[in-house]
Design a protein around this ligand. Structure first.
Ligand SMILES: C[S@@+](CC[C@H](N)C(=O)[O-])C[C@H]1O[C@@H](n2cnc3c(N)ncnc32)[C@H](O)[C@@H]1O
Length: 347
């Protein structure tokens, strides 16, 4: 399971059954803060057409795989890796799993044997062996992309698969904000790319990347689901290493934690001063009669304050769900929180 702050895997039933009251079969749903893609994929599974987006690049790859594919791509540009005429996804993963490790960027910046370029003490996000394997795999995917040997769907599937594998061996307590002092048992396992399953379903979906505030005006849907950040800490900072895996780049790794530059993915929704204006812009601009907005008791402001913003645009109703919260391993927060879904029927 993907440990991602705000991941709604456990609330899919509540979200989609509420949404179905406002949708005709096969209608279009927009999910403009899609994260792991769990909600978007569930709407697709139920037969709806989905328009999904997020600020983050890793989310884009998750969405490509979950919304735009209904079979594994052919990898025909890599047929020389295979004894069969066609090279399959599993064969490509076998090849990547067996690459010789490379002591590259991940090894230098994120492993205990590395010497970070900024002179900070070595970091322990991954064992040295795993970091060198990640380097080898990243370099090979970049090489195939740059030589035009894989198409964008194939790149999406490989980067998505690598992100899932990286999550399994990361030495963190929930987010990539910082690494743990000692390697956990799972972090000591050797990284392994395992094939992900590709769901069948409609592929006339749309995947975008960007701020919901900027994209909303171009989106027309029957219903829009919004699942904003609830906390001040930016996703771009909490998941900086996944972003680097997704982009395949080698950014400056700053400070003790090795944070990549993230201002280009700064979200106004994580700030108390700007988020209400952002919500208002999204609701105003999107061409959509109904919006469902998830929010949490843990959020930056009381849900009533958000309701004040939305009530300027239509009739609102608030549903309350008791929910087991995402917790990083060392969190002392209570286990249960209230989740809200605000239903806005626009005038
Ligand atoms: C609560 S999470 C969504 C979780 C998602 N529903 C899931 O199940 O994985 C919030 C998401 O909003 C994204 N985000 C933050 N600010 C945004 C913005 N202004 N526009 C679009 N996405 C944004 C974050 O990158 C994060 O993935």
């Amino acid at each position: 399971m993907y440990r991602y702050i705000g991941n709604k895997t456990k609330l899919l039933e509540q979200i989609t059954s509420l949404a179905s009251n406002y949708l005709s079969p096969g209608g279009t749903v927009a999910d403009l803060m899609a994260g792991t893609g769990s909600v978007a994929a569930e709407f697709r599974r139920l037969g709806y057409r989905v328009i999904a987006s997020d600020i983050m690049t890793y989310s884009k790859w998750h969405l490509y795989v979950q919304l735009l594919m209904n079979r594994t791509p052919s990898f025909e540009g890599l047929s020389d890796l295979s004894v069969e005429p066609e090279c399959h996804y599993v064969q490509v993963l076998n090849y990547l799993n067996e690459l010789e490790p490379v002591e590259g960027y991940f090894f230098r910046e994120f492993s205990p044997s590395g010497l970070p370029a900024n002179g900070c003490p070595s970091r322990k996000y991954f064992t040295s062996d795993n970091a060198a394997k990640i380097d080898a795999i990243r370099l090979k995917i970049n090489e195939w992309r740059d030589e035009g040997r894989i198409c964008q769907m194939e790149e999406a599937l490989l980067r998505h698969t690598l992100i899932m594998a990286v999550n399994e061996v990361a030495n963190i307590s929930g987010t990539y904000g910082y690494f743990l002092a000692n390697f956990t048992a799972s972090a000591k396992n050797a990284i392994h790319l395992a094939p992900v399953s590709i769901n069948t379903g409609r592929i006339d979906n749309v995947v975008l990347q960007g701020r919901a505030e900027d994209l909303a005006a171009g989106v027309t849907a029957d219903l829009c689901y919004l699942d904003p950040p609830y906390i001040k800490r930016q996703y771009a900072a909490n998941y900086h290493i996944l972003e680097t895996v997704a982009r395949g780049d080698e950014p400056v790794a700053a400070g003790k934690s090795g944070l990549r530059p993230w201002r280009d993915q700064y979200s106004d929704l994580c700030t108390k001063t700007k988020s209400k204006d952002s919500f208002a812009k999204i609701i105003e601009d999107i061409h959509c009669p109904v919006c469902l907005i998830s929010y949490s008791e843990d959020g930056l402001f009381p849900v009533e304050d958000l309701c004040d913003v939305f009530s300027a645009y239509g009739k609102i109703e608030v549903k309350e769900i008791a929910y087991k919260r995402f917790r990083s391993n060392c969190s002392s927060l209570a286990n249960e929180i209230k989740e809200f879904i605000i239903v806005l029927e626009k005038w």
